[in-house]
Design a binder for this molecule. Structure first.
Ligand code: PMP
Length: 444
């Protein structure tokens, strides 16, 4: 593709949109625009094809441009475009809640809707606080998180965050949070699948309980796989141990499955992939195959009933919600997406495709620039040797990849790869080969 060819349309004025999580000045020098998408490809301003190696942002496992979803959204907007989300219901949200409840672990079948992963996290934290208060244990207002955690951008999520730039910019605002260590260990370098070493890192929770007192701790929040900070797969036995400790101390276990939900690991949720059932699951991203903003929080019946049954008649039981909670168009998009996932057996397909995908990723270890590879299901992280400034190598790689026709997310000096479940073997080959070529060229 001739990248010097004239633009297909007039480029809009770029000065007004302050882009999120973007080096804006740098973007303006070399705008990387996506103008169209279909299947596993984006198309840029010159019509150049860009392979989507990250399912958008982990959002689009069924591939782009699914007409079933577009039709469902259009029909919904023409039938009921908006319904007030408080005190009025609409059928689609109840249908969707039942469908999601059928996917979550059995006991977790009460579903609260929001619009983004960040909102799901805030909602989960508030549910945890409300639950303990309803049980007369209102002293439990401390949260346990982890280094290298990412839980979105709102204040609760920022407080949970274990990412240094996040904490530098905003401090530990919001709820009180203490952190366990992350699960990256030198001994596990190069491991695909669950690493052998590190289950004992879960005992950090026990130490925090000893220090702060179980009676003060509301919940322990973890991404089953820390996604945004480089795909840190939990060591064997780690999540089991966390579950055991939480149960022992009356601490709720929250899995933030914003990335890992909806088949990314070859199962409905990481909870099922790893066989560990939390008390609360947050989800977003793939809930609509990326076609509408939406998020959900699944909670156990026990938590729901404790909050709802304790409130006086006629009183709002949980003082929380969003104008666009369970937006009809988002519900319609999600129902259509879940139909596709089911009818095309996409979670099974992800499980089957992951063996080939991860084999190909593992082979990148021979590159001079690669210091580690990790992965599980259709999710992989490749650590790159940092250059003089942390994050610079990742930034350069991410730009070069785009020019070479591949979209990937980088975070710091790690490349994160998350193909759509519908990606063909040949496309996975192109993805890995393009990454290999760019990394080889850069090392030279
Ligand atoms: N939690 C996790 C685990 C995430 O990966 C993300 C987004 N990458 C979020 C929360 C925040 O989601 P959103 O960007 O939709 O607010």
């Amino acid at each position: 593709m001739d990248t010097q060819a004239p633009l297909s349309g007039n480029r809009p004025d770029l000065s007004h949109h302050w882009m999120p999580f973007t080096a804006n000045r740098d973007f303006h020098l070399e705008p990387k625009m996506l103008c169209r998408a279909e299947g596993c490809y984006y198309y840029g301003e010159r019509g150049q094809q860009i392979l989507d190696g990250c399912s958008g942002l982990f959002t689009t496992p069924a591939g782009h441009g699914r007409t079933e979803i577009a039709d469902a959204v259009r029909d919904q907007l023409l039938t009921l475009d908006y319904a007030p989300s408080f005190t009025r219901g609409h059928p689609q949200s109840f249908r969707l809640a039942s469908r999601i409840a059928a996917l979550t672990p059995e006991s977790m079948d009460r579903i609260f809707f929001g619009n983004s992963g960040s909102e799901a996290v805030e909602t989960a934290l508030k549910i945890a606080l409300a639950y303990h208060r309803a049980r007369g244990e209102g002293g439990r207002d401390l949260f346990v998180s982890r280094e290298r955690a990412y839980h979105g951008v709102n204040f609760g999520g920022v407080a949970l965050s274990g990412m240094v730039p996040n904490r530098r910019a905003f401090g530990p605002a919001g709820p009180r949070v203490v952190h366990m260590r992350h699960t990256f260990l030198e001994q596990n370098r190069g491991t695909i699948g669950q690493p052998m070493y590190g289950a004992e890192l879960a005992d950090d929770l026990e130490r925090l309980v000893a220090l702060h007192g179980a009676e003060n701790i509301a919940a322990c929040v973890v991404e089953p796989i820390a996604g945004s900070t480089g795909v840190l797969v939990p060591p064997q036995g780690y999540l089991e141990r966390l579950r055991e400790l939480c149960t022992r101390h009356g601490i709720l276990l929250i899995f933030d499955e914003v990335i890992t939900g909806f088949g990314r690991l070859g199962h409905n949720y990481a909870a099922q992939a790893f066989g560990v059932v939390p008390d609360i699951i947050t989800m977003a991203k793939a809930i609509t195959n990326g076609a509408q903003p939406m998020a959900a929080v699944a909670v156990s019946r026990e938590i729901h009933d404790t909050i709802v049954d304790k409130a006086p008649d006629g009183q709002v039981e949980f003082f929380h919600g969003y104008t666009f909670s369970a937006h009809p168009a988002s519900c319609a998009a999600s129902l259509a997406a879940l139909d596709i996932y089911r009818d095309e057996g996409l979670f099974d397909r992800a499980r089957q495709a992951s063996a080939y995908f991860l084999d190909r990723i593992e082979a990148l270890q021979d590159l001079a620039l690669v210091t580690d590879v990790r992965g599980y299901g259709m999710l992989a992280g490749v650590d790159l040797a940092p250059s003089e400034r942390p994050g610079l190598c990742g930034h350069i790689v991410q730009k070069r990849l785009f020019d070479a026709g591949l979209h990937l997310k980088t975070t710091g000096d790690a490349a994160i790869i998350a193909p759509a479940f519908v990606m063909e073997t040949g496309q996975i080959d192109t993805l890995v080969d393009t990454l290999r070529d760019v990394l080889t060229e850069l090392a030279d």
